[in-house]
Design a binder for this molecule. Structure first.
Ligand SMILES: *[C@@H]1O[C@H](CO)[C@@H](O)[C@H](O)[C@H]1NC(C)=O
Length: 375
């Protein structure tokens, strides 16, 4: 089953990339999405085809101010515990956090407004970063992203004084490939991460700047922090962020909830070593159904799934919470939200690293929630 599904996922991904590229030429608008939708439906019955309806967004359909009031309160209420820092799953957004001019055709308006520079996620990230630094004064950041998978063995960046960036996205305007995020790595921290994996009986090794990161399912070669890191980090910490080192660790390409939970759990101790552990993805991520990204255009099933996630992560008892979270993959909305769950499993990484203790939804932004674990 695995191999054909992988091939299918890859094929569909390539198709979505081609369509994204072609959509910039207005002549083919309309034909490609419907073609893609037919292909998706035909070859992958669990996938939600791109909808033909054209929901438009007006920004007053969502109350970013009200959302902000809530997340600011939640950030204020986080315990000041630099001796044991909570771990966060955060909505890492997409390159459109930078601009909302990159329209990819029908139904994309809502996505641009919701995920763009004035949307709630961009606004939240600007509050989130400074709040974390102030509350926890971490001496390092270890980050996981939906965009870096390796099989079985964890790779841990050991990039020295200057973390390179991997521009791992297609079909954006040229300025997207000039984005800067200046940061440094830290060999001592990277080695500590590898050591923790070995202690937990898991495989891990350092990867230097001279090595390509390895297959991440997207065919981009090169070293570097990927856009699941530098795009949100630019919002959180600014374009130049050289005070605190950043080390990135790969997630597991099995996309197994249990395995990704365990690889988060293995680094729990970092939280008591003054290290901030962050894991980024998106609660809803279906590139074949752009409308799923924004609450104004998403289907009821997407919203039900989003709500189910909030309920599961909010379960008070840690054991029951894990059961409810793992069970989310059986939710009827799961595949509609994630044709492939690479953006979902970082939630398990964070939950694993903060398994014991309380959890709390910090920013309840549809599709891109941020959740604290290990409170
Ligand atoms: C698991 O998820 C399914 C589908 O959403 C649901 O019907 C069932 O009640 C859940 N079971 C538990 C134990 O939460």
């Amino acid at each position: 089953m695995r191999a054909p599904r992988l091939v299918l996922a890859t094929t569909l991904f390539i198709l979505s990339v081609i369509s994204a590229l072609l959509l910039s030429s207005s002549a083919v608008r309309g034909t490609i999405p419907s073609l893609l939708s037919r292909l998706s439906t035909r070859f992958c019955s669990s996938a939600t085809p791109a909808s033909a309806s054209q929901a438009t967004l007006t920004s007053d359909m969502t109350d970013v101010k009200a959302l902000q009031e809530k997340w600011r309160k939640n950030l204020d209420e986080l315990p000041s515990t630099p001796e044991k820092i909570p771990v966060f799953f955060f909505g890492h957004g997409s390159p459109i956090l930078e601009t909302n001019s990159n329209n990819r055709g029908p139904g994309f308006d809502a996505v641009l407004a919701w995920g763009g520079p004035k949307g709630p996620l961009a606004t939240f990230l600007k509050d989130f970063g400074p709040a974390l630094l102030k509350k926890y004064q971490p001496k390092g950041i270890v980050v996981f992203s939906a965009h870096w998978e390796t099989q079985t063995e964890r790779l841990v960046t050991d990039y020295g004084d200057d973390n390179p960036l991997l521009m791992d996205y297609y079909g954006f305007d040229p300025e997207f490939y000039q984005l800067k995020f200046k940061s440094k790595g830290d060999s001592t921290l990277a080695k500590r991460v590898v050591e923790l994996y070995k202690e937990a009986g898991q495989r891990a090794r350092l990867t230097p700047k001279t090595e390509n990161r390895g297959s991440d399912g997207r065919g981009f070669a090169g070293p570097g922090l990927d856009h699941g890191v530098f795009i949100p980090f630019r919002k959180m910490f600014g374009e130049e962020f050289t005070d605190i080192p950043i080390v990135q660790v790969s997630i597991d390409s099995s996309l197994s909830p249990e395995k990704n939970w365990a690889l988060g759990k293995a680094v729990t101790k970092l939280r008591e070593e003054n290290i901030l552990v962050l894991s980024g993805g998106l609660i809803i991520h279906n590139l074949r159904d752009f409308q799923s990204f924004a609450p104004q255009s998403a289907k009821p099933l997407h919203k039900e799934f989003d709500k189910a996630i909030i309920d599961a992560v909010s379960v008070a008892d840690a054991t029951e919470r894990k059961k409810a979270m793992v069970n989310l993959t059986k939710h009827p909305g799961f595949r509609a939200a994630h044709p492939r769950e690479d953006h979902f499993v970082p939630l398990y990484v964070a939950a694993g690293a903060g398994e014991e203790g309380d959890s709390k939804v910090i920013a309840d932004i549809y599709g891109s929630e941020t959740v604290a674990f290990g409170l």
